[in-house]
Design a binder for this molecule. Structure first.
Ligand code: ZN
Length: 655
């Protein structure tokens, strides 16, 4: 591991202790082999002066909720050093009381809560303290001869602390162990199964000691054989993937995304002969448990039975370890080994699944290193349980608040690059769903820079391209729950006598036939979806046709009939199919002011009157249509299928 220290960058902070603390914290945060997603913490001790001119010794310690990679000065909480040192001398302190006392000792009431390791940072008599959960160090400690190996690598000047629960217990252990010792004889501290501390009176030395410490563990590991890499991509089975996702969602009681990783390292791990046993020994370090649970799911030929067995074994684990007053968390796995095919990570959002995947990537590598060193040895389940059910860890998850209504749902929108389709896609994203957006316009690919969006250029009249588009969405997110089938176009007006055969055929192909072809591809996945729903954007022209638009109206009427038959055929599988009839919406690029003025003049009314020619005298926007379409795909319409609903401000010809 290389030091990323740069004199020029560092000099921008002059001799400001907090500025330099931010700088080297970010250097640590940039290296995922050191800290992952909120892991690790850092501090600096300094003297500040209050309003009254009184000087105080304070420690600025990383606040919870901040990530070292992106931390800024306000991410550090200033805490009175004397208070933390007095707390270390207490025989006992409840962790919740510790957090309250730490907050009460802050010099800035608006700062975030100090890290649960604040007391330990305070105890170390150097200005800068760096703490990471470095993969290499933890991999060495998670072996039967870990402690010997650590002493071998580092010698006398590295102090070793056996595993203790983080928080007050760990601070207290370090306090007792070091009270009689001379810190001048110490280069750093290794916490077994947890991580490492380094420290110095300047930012650079403390940071570079960490890099040196980790490099030595990496050098030791490099003697072992590297993790297995699969040379060939695995075969695809998207229906099996969707079935696994469904079972996990049922166990969790809420829809989840399933991120299939088929990269060489994930497949290599999944090809190991003893993978089922290796993946269920325990996590890399206990603080991963709130993200990954203690063990992985191992799926075989019957995913539903495998998930059921996982749930049962999780409940047993809870029973064995729970103390009074604890409630069992949801028993669903957070990641799975799919033998021969790779790994699957579950989350209610792409970000949650990515965090699990990052931790998984580091874990599967560490497992293989530790195996080569004599055997992957995770902590006893009791220690892992204590962290999983630790109030301070659960508080981290609770901070993110309740998930949005369609979190974990996978939607497909056709005609998604503009107008009603784009409005539907926006609405779905804002409700927490991920969106597979299909459009003939290539713009759709780059319309949104979000991992909740996969844009696919596709002409729905091309059956092969449509089938591939559906697969792309399932491959990306693990299944399919919602279709908002909006694609359509308005052919050139003309009476039945006037319509050219090509114009008629194209309208039938896009406005009618393409929908049947799309559904045919989607239905096998919808059968495996979470509360699956199809919403068809038809047209006001179905209940109220007008002259000169036969090619459009007939196709949309056929589409409506197709949806009614689908509602009958798919109801048994719990798939709802409903139809929405919008009137024209005028807030799209199609309706330029010239076109609007021309149409208004044609009817001898003003543009405003033209746009509000309905019973309610109101203009219907594409957002109004999208809001109703998403509601029809959501829980409000859970018991409605085969319905046709207008969003047109009220039409006298329909009412
Ligand atoms: Zn830690």
């Amino acid at each position: 591991m290389k030091s990323l220290w740069n004199d020029r960058e560092a000099s921008e902070h002059g001799d400001d202790p907090l500025g330099l603390r931010v700088y080297t914290s970010r250097l640590l945060g940039r290296e995922p082999d050191l800290v992952l997603h909120g892991g690790g913490n850092t501090s600096v001790k300094t003297t500040t002066t209050d309003l009254f001119g009184h000087a105080h010794r304070v420690i600025y310690v990383k606040g919870s909720g901040w990530d070292l990679e992106t931390i800024e000065a306000p991410g550090f909480a200033p805490v009175r050093l004397d208070v933390l040192l007095s707390m270390a001398a207490l025989e006992q302190l409840d962790d919740a009381d510790m957090v309250r006392a730490q907050r009460a000792a802050m010099l800035d009431p608006d700062a975030p809560s100090p890290s649960v390791e604040a007391i330990l940072h305070a105890l170390i008599p150097f200005e800068y303290v760096d703490h990471t959960h470095a993969d290499a160090v933890v991999s060495v400690t998670n072996t039967p001869t870990g402690e010997e190996a650590i002493r071998d690598i580092y010698g006398e000047r590295m102090w070793v602390v056996p595993y203790v629960m983080p928080g007050f217990a760990l601070a207290r252990t370090v306090y007792t162990m070091t009270r009689e010792r001379d810190w001048a004889e110490c280069d750093g501290i290794i916490l077994m199964n947890h991580g490492a501390f380094t420290f110095a009176d300047d930012a650079k030395s403390s940071y570079e000691k960490m890099i040196d410490l980790v490099s030595r563990a990496e050098a030791y590991l490099s003697r072992t054989h590297p993790a297995r890499i699969s040379p060939v991509p695995p075969p695809e089975d998207l229906e099996a993937l969707a079935a696994i996702r469904r079972s996990v969602g049922v166990a969790r009681g809420e829809a989840v995304l399933a991120r299939w990783d088929a990269d060489p390292a994930s497949v290599g791990f999944a090809e190991l002969e003893d993978v089922a046993e290796l993946a269920t020994r325990g996590p890399l370090t206990p603080d991963h448990v709130i993200r990954t649970k203690r063990t992985a799911l191992v799926v075989g030929d019957d995913p539903a039975a495998d998930v059921e067995a996982y749930v049962e074994s999780y409940r047993d684990y809870f029973q064995r370890n729970a103390t009074e007053g604890l409630t069992c968390l949801d028993p669903a796995p957070r990641w799975a080994v799919w033998p021969g095919r790779g790994t699957i990570c579950f989350g209610r959002s792409p970000k949650e699944a990515r965090i699990v995947a990052d931790i998984k990537d580091h874990t599967i590598r560490a497992i293989q290193h530790a195996e080569a060193l004599g055997g992957w040895t995770a902590l006893p389940e009791r220690d892992v349980f204590d962290v999983e059910y630790w109030v301070l860890e659960q508080a981290k998850l609770a901070r993110s608040g309740p998930p949005p209504q369609l979190a974990g749902k996978i939607a497909l929108v056709t005609g998604a690059a503009s107008g009603i389709g784009l409005a539907c896609a926006h609405e779905l994203l804002s409700l927490g769903a991920v969106v597979g957006a299909i459009d003939v316009d290539p713009e759709v690919v780059h319309l949104m820079d979000s991992d909740a969006w996969v844009g696919i250029e596709c002409d729905v009249a091309d059956d092969v391209a449509t089938a591939e588009a559906v697969k792309t969405v399932v491959r990306q997110y693990g299944g399919l729950d919602i279709i908002i089938d909006n694609v359509g176009f308005f052919p050139k007006s003309g009476t039945i006598e006037e319509i050219e055969p090509e114009a008629w055929d194209r309208s039938m192909a896009v406005n009618l036939t393409s929908h049947q072809r799309l559904w045919k591809e989607c239905i096998p996945f919808l059968r495996l979806g979470a509360e699956p729903a199809v919403v068809v954007i038809a047209s006001k022209n179905v209940p109220a046709p007008g002259p000169g638009a036969a090619a459009y109206s007939v196709a949309k009427a056929g589409l409506t009939q197709l949806a009614r038959v689908a509602a009958l055929e798919l109801g048994e599988a719990g798939i709802r199919v409903n139809v929405l009839h919008p009137d024209k919406v005028y807030d799209t690029a199609l309706w330029t002011s010239e076109v609007l003025e021309e149409r208004a003049a044609h009817y001898g009314v003003s543009v405003d009157e033209y746009k509000t020619r309905n019973v309610l005298r109101t203009e219907v926007s594409s957002r109004d249509v999208a809001a109703l379409a998403c509601a029809m795909a959501g829980p409000l319409f859970a018991k409605t299928t085969g319905a046709q609903i207008a969003v047109d401000g009220g039409d006298v010809r329909v009412i």
